[in-house]
Design a protein around this ligand. Sequence first.
Ligand code: UDP
Length: 416
Amino acid sequence: MYRIAVLSYHTSPLAPLGGAETGGLNVYVLELASELAERGHTVDVFTRRTDPAQAEIVHIGEGAPGTRIIHIDAGPARYLEKRALDAHLDAFEAGVAGFAERESLSYDVVHSHYWLSGVAGAKLKVRWGVPHVAMFHTLGEVKARARVSEREPEPRLAAERMIAQDADKIVVASRDEQQLLVRHYDADPDRIAVVPCGVNLGMFQPVDKDEARQQLGLGDDDQILLFVGRIEPLKGVDILLGAAAQMEGQSDCFVLVIGGDSDARTGEMAHLRDLAEELGIAERVSFLGAVDHERLPLFYSAADVCVVPSFYESFGLVALEAMACGTPVVASRVGGLTVAVRDGETGYLIPWRCPEPFAERLELLLGNDELRRAFGQAAREEVERFRWSNVAEAVLGIYGEVIDGTPARTTAVFRN
Ligand code: UDP
């Protein structure tokens, strides 16, 4: 049994989802931890304290030893923007080490999430003399290339380069990402493991569409396009709005946008509201703000199509969640979305980041009930292989490899 130190410095797995910095990474950390704990491993997830009232240790899930979330003092105990966080990284790393020393704990492996945690992971690797498994989730170089406005500061890029060279294993969610790491960061392909993300098939299940719509107060005959995710330019919600505006004869087509703070009067949310006005579709677009994860199956089931128009997506859990609810997905042909969605079988993959091709595919799907049903059914079957237990088995294989040199078996279900 392994004792695993997970680093999730910049965002807590306990934070509500759908905020500016809470999304797939948080879900990933929690789901993986719970799978590992179920198998008898001990998981301590270290995160930065953002509220003085937070208990130092919070136990989650059932059973012993289970998973603990450990809040470490590093900088002021309140929310800080990402760019203010590198200043407190040393304090975080020292805090994690201090906690382990105080509790007389030794870990078998450090698993870091996002580059900030990766920096701490590289230091703990040396301090503790244990292997470091890193996951970037997003890469600065790739973000910058995906959308011009996304220039990332040099310290991030330098840190990512350092981690790419230093980590014992880098876990990525797609071969696409593996290639990007090799190309832009000169990473050794043999030290990169491809493990697709997972979906909670118990939570994400199809609900009868009429019933879901009734529960949500949505019209029976409306055509509904759904977006779920953090509200930031990289997610390409502007492409979806542009597509909705272009679709002909779709006056009864509605767009639901879930995520972010729907009351925000600045930033991307304000920009998207203005755009909907400009495009003349404001009355057909609802910005619903963040929705509880547990409630999302209703929305996915109520929607006709889930749209994931990202400029860059290291995986895209939302696509899997929609598919698990039997809803076809129209997504950008980027990153992990190319693993999740089968073009022409469970949805469509769009190679261009502009509204026209999205509009064309959406029109096709909305206009054909039979096709939508067939795609939806195929989608639910397809996601079976993405259950979190498969992810956990693959990650355990990687731990075995870096801890005691046991070669990891390739999990057949994850070959793509
Ligand atoms: N999410 C949520 N409520 C919201 C918005 C998002 O629960 O209001 C969840 C969503 O279900 C998914 C995650 O946040 O599990 C977003 O993950 P994804 O990989 O799609 O995007 P990322 O956040 O990694 O960019």
